[in-house]
Write a protein that binds this ligand. Structure first.
Ligand SMILES: [Zn+2]
Length: 764
């Protein structure tokens, strides 16, 4: 208990600092601009649908949209046609008089205004292909042709198309619990995604073969919920999708020599697989280490020389998915392996044409398997029965159970590290999207970061796992997987960049600048820093997992995420969300000044001033005095002896209050430092400081971010040390995304100037 009394000494010292720090009084009133102000003004008020804890509330509801579809691809004309029946269930408490259906393909309609929302200028020089596509060729017409919208009794339903949204009038208003079924007959011209762009379409090969990757291809129900009402914000091409969950029964007719896979369980495998494929498939279900090839490259090469006139129908059934996608070609090689997740076996699957080899046969399916394991550990066991990675040139796009990925060797099968890691990373990323947003079903149209940011954060975790679990995947010289996004130091250039070209993360996807950094890189890094530096893995991982469990197969909002992370961890993170997600502020924390003090027996100027202004005799104060090294009051002798040796007052106090035994063990600091930290950056962050002592040892201290709550520009810390400190470094491991590290060291690290470099070079 008595040890506490020693604290009085340091309190006197700290108040001395506080006085020095006092600022000019403000001359006008102000509103609360404190960086730790709670987010009540920014957040939606909790209610019965969404609670203050960030969980779904007792009145939470979501709509359901079930689909039955018959589809056919005409491989000669590249036309996709479909007849679908949508059964919509109104689980909301609201009465609905119309439904909104998304017609995403209309973004490629001839008269779509999507091309005109970006400003353009004449390029003084450009390639001939760019010139012709910009100024000479007719734009491709890939919009929907809606042939009919009918009720189940065949009557036409009134409908209005506004760009990519179609309003269907209900014959009778839908009340809570009502179901309504209707049919849409449609077709569209499939785009060449390599030349015309887009997230789906076909790649055309010189021999006329096409690899089709088909998605957002059918009229899809829009989301109706407590947050947006109808989410019928137009699709302009970049911002992705918002979709309700439902069950899909889909029959897809393609040429008989095609292979096909897509969202859902293949219901007629025996009809569409050869006997040999069935045998291999049974083997694959028991292969947990290596993929088993279901259809070989030699078989694919034999198929692609023919053009079957016959047709085959593949039947897929999917439960509780928010979307449906499929891939088909006669060129596909097909392999798969099993992954154990909890007590279930899930199939990791790849489809690729020979152009992807040898890279794809080596790494695609293993990357899928590894991703499922990593994500399942951090969230929930992957609930679907398979995850497919399809090779598609220049694509990186996700759908439930299936995704398209780039990464292609040259014609001779050679590839560099960039291609290899790029391919592995995109597979990890797109397979990861099964979790965000396919299952944790956030609104991509509104908040790109909620799926891309969370997913890119998880991609980083999964990439590191992949490098560890499959060391053979790493290139020579790489001890760990070289992740592009996630590490703090990789985001500093963006965050410290031109403010005119940056938007806060909390910006609608369509309106962000630097899409990749805004919606992927920065939120992923923010979460990584939150996990590694602010909260620690244990508390972060628990809260992150809680969020995924609360919102799996539901529709979360940003607040649901922010609130859950606090609710499950007892970390007040409003300051973190405010700074990282609602502003474009950056991190820059540095050392402004370091002063060193020793204990002295002589009353110093501070004590003399105090005595004079309080009408007291300075000799009567009997304080412990500290004098700054190098000041007029400093005496070289003070470097000798202990603090008690230099202060009779302290010595006497110790004699009176501590036993001989205690005096032997008590720490007697000899060196005192007054450290002033500055914060030119707007973000408040913990201050991580590494002290290096004269004996070569180091110690790291972390001061919580809350240290900035009274002064956003500079704060000080008094350090009492037994050992002499020879250098101090802020953020020594570059974990806070500090954009300017030139002010992070004491003594200042003198950077070799260009002139010195030149001089040394000449000398050397
Ligand atoms: Zn993504």
């Amino acid at each position: 208990m008595r040890i506490l009394k020693l604290l009085c000494l340091s309190i006197a010292f700290i108040s001395f600092n506080a006085m020095a720090q006092e600022q000019e009084p403000q001359k006008s009133g102000h509103t609360n601009q404190n960086k730790f102000k709670q987010l009540y003004d920014e957040f939606a008020t909790p209610n019965m649908y969404r609670t203050g804890s960030g969980a779904p509330g007792p009145a939470y509801y979501q709509q359901q949209a079930d689909y039955k579809m018959d589809l056919e691809i005409n491989d000669e004309t590249a036309v996709l046609s479909g007849y679908e029946t949508i059964t919509y269930t109104n689980n909301s408490p609201d009465e609905l008089t119309y439904l909104w259906v998304q017609l995403d393909q209309n973004v490629r309609a001839k008269d779509s205004p999507s091309k005109d929302i970006n400003s353009s200028t004449v390029r003084p020089a450009q390639s001939a292909s760019r010139f012709t596509s910009s100024y000479m060729s007719e734009s491709f017409d890939g919009g929907f042709n809606i042939e009919s919208v009918t009720s189940t009794d065949g009557k036409t339903l009134a409908h209005t198309i506004n760009q990519t949204m179609m309003r269907v009038e209900l014959p009778k208003a839908m009340k809570t619990g009502d179901q309504f079924s209707f049919n849409i007959k449609w077709w569209y011209q499939i785009n060449n995604h390599v030349t015309d762009g887009g997230r789906s379409g076909y790649e055309l090969f010189p021999d006329g073969n096409r690899n089709y990757v088909i998605a957002q291809f059918y009229p899809r129900m829009a989301v109706y919920n407590d947050v947006e009402g109808w989410q019928n914000s137009q699709f302009w091409g970049r911002d992705e999708f918002a979709l309700p969950f439902g069950n899909f029964e889909v029959n897809i007719t393609v040429p008989a020599d095609h292979l096909l896979d897509g969202t859902g369980v293949l219901m007629n495998r025996k009809d569409v697989f050869s006997k040999e494929m069935m045998k291999r498939y049974e083997k694959a279900k028991k292969s947990f280490k290596e993929p088993i090839v279901i259809s070989t490259q030699a078989e694919a090469e034999a198929r692609e020389t023919g053009r079957s006139k016959k047709k085959k129908t593949w039947k897929l059934y999917a439960e509780n998915v928010r979307d449906f996608g499929f891939a088909t070609s006669r060129k596909y090689i097909w392999d798969m392996m099993a992954v154990k997740l909890g007590d279930r076996d899930v199939m990791a699957v790849s489809l690729y044409s020979k152009e992807g080899n040898p890279l794809w046969e080596q790494w695609s399916t293993k990357a899928v398997a590894s991703t499922l394991k990593s994500y399942s550990r951090m969230t929930f066991d992957y609930p679907y029965h398979k995850a497919i990675s399809v090779h598609a040139r220049r694509q990186g796009m996700e759908y439930p159970m299936i995704c398209w990925n780039y990464g292609r060797p040259d014609e001779n099968g050679n590839y560099d590290d960039r291609t290899k890691y790029g391919m592995m990373s995109v597979i990890i990323h797109e397979v990861g999207h099964n979790f965000f947003p396919m299952i944790v079903n956030s609104d991509e149209r509104q908040w790109t970061w909620m799926d891309e940011g969370l997913n890119t954060f998880m991609q980083y975790v999964a990439e590191q796992d992949f490098g560890e679990w499959y060391p053979g995947a790493l290139s020579k010289g790489d001890a760990t997987y070289p992740s592009r996004r996630g590490p703090a130091k990789n985001i500093t250039r963006y965050m410290g960049g031109n403010q005119d070209r940056i938007a806060p993360i909390m910006t609608k996807g369509l309106n962000t600048y630097q899409f990749g950094n805004n919606a992927y890189g920065k939120p992923a890094t923010a979460l990584n820093i939150l996990r590694e530096t602010v909260m620690g893995r244990e508390l972060f991982d628990y809260a992150f997992k809680e969020y995924t469990h609360r919102w799996m197969f539901k529709h979360p909002t940003p607040e649901d995420f922010f609130r859950t992370m606090e609710d499950a961890s007892a970390f007040d993170l409003d300051w973190y969300w405010r700074g990282w997600f609602y502003t474009t502020d950056w991190v820059d924390i540095g050392l402004k000044d370091v002063k060193k003090y020793y204990v002295s027996s002589e009353p110093n100027q501070y004590a003399k001033n105090y005595a004079a202004s309080n009408n007291r005799n300075v000799e009567d104060l009997n304080w412990v005095y500290l004098v700054e090294e190098g000041s007029d009051e400093f005496d070289e002798k003070l470097r000798q002896g202990t603090s008690a040796d230099n202060s009779p007052t302290l010595k006497e106090y110790m004699m009176d209050n501590f036993s001989a035994e205690e005096r032997k063990t008590i720490k007697q600091p000899k060196y005192f430092y007054d450290i002033t930290f500055e914060k030119p950056g707007g973000l408040v962050m913990p201050i991580i400081v590494e002290f290096t002592y004269a004996d070569g040892t180091t110690k790291t201290e972390t001061y919580p971010a809350q240290i900035w709550r009274y002064n956003d520009n500079e704060v000080s810390k008094a350090i009492a040390s037994v050992k002499e400190i020879v250098s101090i470094k802020v953020d020594p491991n570059l974990e806070t995304a500090d954009i300017d590290t030139t002010n992070n060291s004491w003594p200042r690290e003198v950077k070799e100037s260009d002139f010195d470099k030149f001089k040394n070079k000449v000398k050397g």
